[in-house]
Design a binder for this molecule. Structure first.
Ligand code: IPM
Ligand code: MN
Length: 374
């Protein structure tokens, strides 16, 4: 973490009673579509938090995304990975452009950063703040407050595989489900630690498909129980097949505290999770390397049709900023952002959906910033 000596810009003296101020060097990738407009609001709020809680943010913007690719033909410069390693954290808006073939930017930017920076955890809180945002009958904020730990570096996403006879009637295509004991175990350990730290019902649910994926997910199952027996006997273990997980998330979301799952299933169940917490306008995620640089993003995508209209909800981006501060260790500031956003949610915003908030994107940012400044 960058500890830099902070001097007053005019006097060149350290501020009284505060010899050094922590400075976090952050890479900002606003990205495509509505990414830039929501990222701007997250930064607005983060700046208020940094003033209030006495740390500094040193922001460096990068133009990775569809526009740059269409202009230059370059998806991600090779130097980018090593450059990112020098940051304390990364903030991402959205990647995805309607004029670029699906897969190019996603694989070339988002997945490459996740893989090469070993952000092996994708953390996605599912938390309902207001009853009216939940499409489930009779479910209120007390029923929906869990977190999904998605393995983020392997599984189907590794992209091993290939094809033969492409375009012919006898075409063969494979894409392999790859899991390593090491990759699975480090993800499980993170999930166990998190369950312990949350200290809620202290229940960790493994979501997998052991009845069909009898090799890959048997590895998850054995590792889950071995690690649990060895080091986490205080954490209660549950198991649910992925199809049943979807069912319970709708019928009894209150059963969940922490869910740990593979990359592909995590992708799917967290979109379902986003819907029960009020939609993409509020769903945030963190791609976490517990020993390196992590990257935080609203999970909603670039929503190209809303670009530049000022109608998209910036709360997901603001919550991803909150997660970033939490992981950086600025827990009080993170908590204050959550409370401020919660206040604005409860008092001001009509709906979480784009165009229906009763405010523009930047007005929502202003409201949260003002509530935080208090
Ligand atoms: C997500 C997204 C990505 C994923 C896509 C854009 C590659 O859906 O972050 O959930 O599948 O991981
Ligand atoms: Mn997804």
């Amino acid at each position: 973490m960058g500890m830099r000596r902070y001097l007053h810009p005019l006097t060149q003296q350290p501020p009284e009673g505060n010899e050094t101020m922590k400075t976090y060097k952050i890479a900002v990738i606003p990205g495509d579509g509505t990414g830039p407009e929501v990222t701007q609001e997250a930064i607005k709020v983060l700046k208020v938090a940094s003033d209030k809680f006495g740390f500094k943010l040193d922001l460096h913007e990068y133009d990775f995304g569809g526009e740059r690719f269409l202009r230059t033909g370059e998806v991600l410069p090779d130097s980018a990975i090593d450059e990112m390693r020098q940051y304390d954290s990364m903030l991402l808006g959205a990647i995805g452009h309607p004029d670029v073939k699906p897969g190019i930017l996603e694989k070339g930017i988002l997945l490459r950063l996740r893989f090469e920076l070993e952000q092996y955890i994708n953390l996605r809180p599912i938390k309902l703040y207001r009853p009216q945002d939940c499409p489930l009958k009779d479910k209120t904020p007390e029923h929906i407050d869990f977190i999904v730990v998605r393995e983020n570096n392997e599984g189907l996403y590794l992209g091993l595989g290939g094809n033969a006879f492409k375009g012919k009637p006898n075409e063969v295509a494979t894409q392999e489900l790859v899991n390593t004991r090491q990759g699975v175990e480090r993800c499980l350990r993170y999930a166990f630690d998190l369950t312990r730290k949350r200290n809620k019902t202290k229940t960790l649910t493994l979501c997998a498909k052991t009845n069909v994926l009898t090799f890959a997910h048997d590895l998850w199952w054995r590792a889950f129980n071995e690690v649990g027996d060895q080091d986490y006997t205080d954490v209660k273990r549950e198991y649910a097949h992925v199809d049943a997980t979807c069912m319970w998330m709708v019928k009894n979301p209150e059963w969940f505290d922490v869910i740990v799952t593979c990359n592909m299933f995590g992708d799917i169940i967290t979109d379902l999770g986003a819907m029960i917490q009020g939609g993409m306008g509020i769903a945030a995620g963190g791609n976490i390397n517990p020993n390196g640089v992590s990257m935080f993003e609203p999970i909603g995508g670039s929503a190209p049709k809303y670009t530049g209209m000022g109608v998209i909800n910036p709360l997901a981006a603001i919550f991803s900023g909150q997660m970033m501060l939490d992981v950086l260790g600025e827990t009080a500031a993170a908590q204050a952002i959550e409370s401020a956003a919660q206040k604005v949610l409860v008092n001001d915003i009509k709906s979480l959906n784009a165009g229906k908030m009763g405010y523009t994107t930047s007005q929502v940012g202003d409201l949260v910033a003002a509530a935080l400044a208090g």
